[in-house]
Structures are given as structure tokens and as C-alpha cells.
Design a protein around this ligand. Structure first.
Ligand code: SAH
Length: 214
């Protein structure tokens, strides 16, 4: 599937009408979601792989993975309203995509309690602004259950995050920057959209000391 097609498909999926700001429910825009998953695809981390989408929300990252040939996608999300929309979006995917898709399964519950195992983790976790350290908690879980991790973070914590990875036997191997638009849903946000700088990190498990490049 071409990038533009993927972007359009993802942008047309349903979003949450009334996102919960305390849970930092920021839907990844279609173009950014497409770029993230294509980035992973070109590194051999999507096609034929088992993917876990942590904090899946309405499902864009996992759905892009299915469209790019994932073998199986687990969507982990705890918000019932998000899961309802995710179900609608998966129905749209089944109806509208004219290709054979991998399997998928929704895990309704807290990311921090999941006992899954996958090849690749994709996540746009809460940035940890409202609930402190939530981004780090998501990361540690991702390092427990996957071998390659793609995670979106607010810019400015590169060294800290790299160290969290090293402590968990993962190496931060690549990054890409994006401007992430957040719709003005707080009263404190005067503009309609605010752009925040975010970075996508790719982490890989170190299998023994010799693979680490310190
Ligand atoms: N991945 C989606 C949504 C990102 S917003 C996208 O890229 O569009 C982060 C999501 O994580 C929200 O849907 C929120 O409800 C969910 N979330 C936050 N904390 C969670 C937790 N502890 N367990 C499960 N889901 C959680």
C-alpha cells in the first residue's frame, strides 16, 4: 500500500469525540501514524510479525500494521469508549480494505498488567505530563514483552529514555522528529491547535553484551 493511500485510510477512521485529557488521549494524525508504521515496515518489523499496540486508543497504529502485512495485532486499551470506536474502525478495515489481513485481538485492560509476547511493540503512550512517568511505565512494559519497540515521546528526554532502555537491556538505535498537532480542548489552550515537538524512537533488545554499542 502506498504512503498516500495509507494516510488517507487512517485519516478517515473514527476518532474520539470527547477525549479524556487526564489520560492524555491524543489520536495520532493519519499522516504521522502512516509515517511511523512505514518507518517500522521498511526496517522489517511489521510484515509477518506479531505486533502489540499499547494504549491503542482508536487503533491507528495497529490498523496501519495490519494494512502493511502484520501477521497478528493485539490492541491493548483500557478505555471502553475508545474500544467501541476501535471496534467500529476494525469493521471499516474489514469492509474497505481489499486485501487479506492478519488476525487481530483486542485486550481490554491496563497496559501495565498485560501478559503478552510480541515481535514489535508500537505505542504512542501518554506523554507523562498529566500522570507522571506514565511514558516510562509504558516503555518498561514494552521492553518486557517485545524485541523491537517503536515509541513516541515528547522531545527533550532523549538521554533519560536512552538510559531507561539500557537498564532494561535495550538500545535506542534510531529517532525521527515530528510536529504533533494537539487540538485545543483545554481552556488553557487559546489556539485551536497547538504543535508539540515529539520524537519517535526505535529500540532493539541487546541479546548479549557484545551487541551493545556504548
Ligand atoms: N495509540 C493511539 C492513542 C494514543 S493516546 C493513537 O496513536 O492514536 C494514549 C492511549 O492510551 C489512550 O487511548 C488511553 O486511554 C490509553 N491508556 C493510557 N493509559 C493506559 C493504561 N494504563 N492501560 C491501557 N491504556 C491506557
Amino acid at each position: 500500500m502506498r504512503k498516500k493511500q495509507l494516510e488517507i485510510f487512517l485519516s478517515n477512521l473514527k476518532e474520539m469525540e470527547d477525549p479524556d485529557m487526564f489520560e492524555e488521549q491524543y489520536t495520532t494524525p493519519g499522516d504521522i501514524a502512516a509515517e511511523i508504521v512505514l518507518f517500522a515496515y521498511h526496517r522489517g518489523d511489521i510484515e509477518g510479525k506479531t505486533i502489540i499496540d499499547l494504549g491503542a486508543g482508536t487503533g491507528r497504529l495497529g490498523i496501519a500494521s495490519l494494512l502493511l502485512g502484520a501477521k497478528k495485532v493485539y490492541f491493548v486499551e483500557k478505555d471502553r469508549r475508545a474500544i467501541e470506536i476501535l471496534n467500529d474502525n476494525l469493521e471499516t478495515l474489514t469492509l474497505k480494505s481489499n486485501q487479506i489481513l492478519g488476525e487481530y485481538e483486542i485486550k481490554d485492560g491496563d497496559v501495565l498488567n498485560v501478559l503478552l509476547r510480541g515481535d514489535t511493540i508500537v505505542q504512542n503512550p501518554p506523554f507523562g505530563t498529566k500522570k507522571r512517568n506514565m511514558d516510562t511505565k509504558f516503555l518498561k512494559k514494552a521492553f518486557e514483552i517485545g524485541d523491537v519497540v517503536y515509541s513516541l515521546h515528547k522531545k527533550g528526554n532523549y538521554d533519560f529514555i536512552r538510559n531507561v532502555a539500557l537498564e532494561n537491556n535495550f538500545e535506542l538505535v534510531e529517532k525521527e522528529s515530528f510536529n504533533f498537532p494537539i487540538k485545543a480542548m483545554f481552556q488553557v489552550h487559546k489556539k485551536r491547535k497547538v504543535l508539540i515537538e515529539v520524537e519517535l524512537y526505535r529500540f532493539m533488545r541487546c541479546y548479549d553484551g557484545s551487541e551493545r554499542r556504548d
